[in-house]
Design a protein around this ligand. Structure first.
Ligand code: F3S
Length: 639
């Protein structure tokens, strides 16, 4: 049978299940990655599973999120991560070496392999023909323990690229076009596989921008073939031994097709506050800009930086603009120094940040009140910048640089300089990546006071009777549930403290409401939990006693995280019933001892004396996990 690329890679990794769209399959994971904000929990879970040495081909622990050390907390986390990595067979990329996805793409991603990462933008590495998927930390811990990863076998959408990109239009505009067409929930259960003549116009860095932001579609992942362009990338990375050619069979079939004519694309922006609120730059040009940020795991490769540098050369940024630049990796940073691009940035008036996530995760550089902030990042959810009243626009590096100079949103086609990019060997130095210890038994794990014990859930009772402690609208993100930002992020290893911030922008003192009511049930609209893979968005509510989430629909990774932590995910059979429930209504879900994935459940509203049919969003394999009170309890019971 002729196979597309997704099928080729997935099918060679299936451990259990049938390769049929929508059916659950368990796949073998070759590589894992974590970043520090999700990593501490993942490694505590790995320790709790009693795993001595990881079972993957390669596992890497990156530090890139919490690098502002304004207290002991982040540094405690880093020390824990470094020691736990050394002990358990994991590579450790220390703070300053770069953003996880950028470094992984450059140094470790491999065509034909599977990668599971506890960060939703893990699909970045699929730019070289891998299947890279974002997941919660517990799933990554399980993969490190040698347990397969379970997903519904995806539908594969062919994204056929035709034509050629015009000067001033780049990869960001391609993925924004797809977001405009398919929206932030249009990719659920799907892999977007890129094909066509237009591939030749896209370098690996550009492909990585597209696979990175495929996460915003809610997709399982996005994938590019591994071709001559990929080979050249590996050669320049001095990793030719990791390269292999890989593409779909001629005439392979797809579940769906989307054709994008690159020649017709214009520079675009995702307007506040959603990555799919896409408009052409020419429609919004002329608006005053207060801040421009170039970087993040989406657009901080060498080429992105050089394109921005070409526009900024011999120019000054507008007086009202603050321009910040964060290169994606130390490799890129060194190259910018070598080529003089760093000088160009500094001369133009830019502020140079570390090669970390920084402003993307609200770690510094929050814009002023009501600001217009142009960012080359991948998310512009409400409040993520740290300034709730600021409007964040997601744009290409070309648009960002052109607008920084003009002081207003500017179409880069008016100013772009089409320069041939230098193809010299890149700067390679892996000295900030530490291999695991050869004497793991001698390594002592460092646990500072910020490393608190892992909370665990209790087994599920036969019925849940709790109040609807919060009622939420559509598209609630993990940033709403467990916020990011410099005030909160240092507590990623301290769930007790972190839980005091849950839903802080939706409801004051949510934690206290939960405590006063012995926990509760969350009621929400469509696409609940979209955004990131952060399992803290399930773990902190679990800590507060949340027993179930009743939503119109769920985002993929968050759904898995809820099950992993023993929170029952339910959807309305009739979505109009959402309107019948009020905050603080008392709800009852009976007969959970006989729960099955196919059971029709009835939710009783004891306050209103009504009942509504609901559906548990689970597979059969999830039942014992939920009944045990979550995956850790389940695994321990199995052992
Ligand atoms: Fe970091 Fe932002 Fe990417 S937080 S991993 S740069 S989405």
């Amino acid at each position: 049978m002729k196979k597309n690329l997704t099928q080729k890679i997935l099918d060679s990794h299936i451990l259990e299940g049938t390769a049929k769209a929508g059916e659950p399959v368990v796949i073998r994971i070759d590589q894992t990655l974590t970043q520090d904000a999700t990593g501490t929990m993942a490694y505590m879970q790995l320790e709790a599973m009693g795993v001595d040495q990881v079972k993957t081909d390669l596992s890497v622990s990156y530090v890139d999120h919490n690098t502002l050390q304004s207290g002991f907390m982040n540094a405690d986390d880093h020390a824990y991560l470094q020691s736990v990595a050394a002990k358990h067979g994991i590579h450790y990329s220390k703070a300053g070496n770069g953003i996880c996805h950028q470094v992984h793409l450059e140094r470790f991603a491999k065509p034909g392999s599977t990668l599971l990462g506890s960060d939703s933008h893990t699909p970045t590495s699929s730019a070289v023909g891998a299947i890279a998927i974002g997941a919660g930390g517990l799933d990554v811990a399980k993969a490190m323990a040698g347990i397969g990863y379970s997903i519904p076998y995806p539908q594969v959408v062919e994204v056929r690229l035709t034509g050629h990109l015009q000067p001033g239009v780049s990869a960001k505009d391609v993925i924004l076009e797809l977001l405009k067409r398919r929206t932030v929930k249009g990719g659920v259960g799907k892999v977007f596989e890129y094909t066509g003549e237009g591939l030749k116009d896209l370098s690996v860095y550009q492909r990585a921008t597209i696979t990175n932001m495929g996460a915003e579609l809610g997709a399982t992942t996005s994938v590019f073939p591994s071709d001559e362009i990929t080979r050249e990338f590996f050669e320049r990375q001095n990793r030719l031994e990791d390269f292999m050619e890989l593409k779909a069979d001629e005439g392979a079939e797809y579940d769906d097709v989307e054709i994008i004519d690159l020649s017709a694309l214009k520079p675009a922006a995702a307007c506040p506050n959603s990555p799919d609120a896409v408009r052409d730059i020419e429609e919004i040009a002329g608006q005053k800009v207060d801040q421009v940020a170039i970087g993040s795991c989406t657009n901080s490769g060498y080429e992105d930086m050089m394109k921005a540098a070409a526009i900024l050369k011999d120019k000054k940024i507008a007086p009202g603009v603050s321009l910040v630049i964060s290169p994606g990796s130390r490799q890129v940073f060194m190259k910018l120094m070598e080529t003089g691009a760093l000088q160009t940035f500094v001369k133009a008036g830019a502020r140079i940040l570390e090669c970390t996530c920084g402003p993307c995760i609200g770690m510094g550089q929050s814009p002023k009140s009501d600001a217009v902030s142009l960012r080359t990042f991948n998310r512009n959810f409400y409040g993520r910048s740290g300034t709730n009243s600021a409007g964040v626009y997601l744009v290409s590096p070309e648009t960002a640089a052109a607008s920084a100079v003009a002081g207003v949103i500017t179409d880069p086609r008016d100013v772009v300089v089409d320069e041939e990019m230098e193809k010299e060997p890149v700067f390679i130095d892996d000295s900030m990546i530490y291999a695991p210890s050869e004497n793991p038994e001698e390594v002592e794990i460092i646990r500072g006071p910020n490393i608190k014990p892992l909370p665990v859930n209790e087994p599920m009772q036969d019925e849940i009777v709790r109040k609807a402690v919060i009622k939420l609208p559509d598209n609630i993100t993990t940033d709403h549930i467990a916020p990011a930002g410099a005030e909160v992020l240092p507590y990623r290893s301290n769930i007790e403290k972190l839980s005091t911030f849950v839903f802080r922008n939706n409801k004051e003192h949510f934690d206290e409401v939960c405590k006063a009511n012995g926990g509760g049930i969350i009621v929400a609209g469509e696409n609940y939990g979209q955004g990131s893979s952060r399992e803290h968005a399930a773990l902190a509510p679990m800590y507060l006693g949340i027993k179930a989430v009743l939503a119109k629909s769920f985002a993929r990774i968050h759904l898995a995280n809820l099950i992993n932590f023993g929170i029952l995910p339910l959807t309305f059979v009739n979505s109009d019933d959402y309107d019948r429930i009020d905050e603080m209504d008392e709800l009852r879900i009976p007969n959970l001892k006989s729960l099955e994935s196919t059971t029709d459940l009835v939710l009783e509203n004891l306050t209103k004396g009504e009942s509504y049919p609901v559906k548990a969003m689970i597979y059969e394999k999830d039942v014992p996990v939920l009944q045990a009170g979550g995956m850790l309890n389940y695994i321990k019971a199995m052992q």
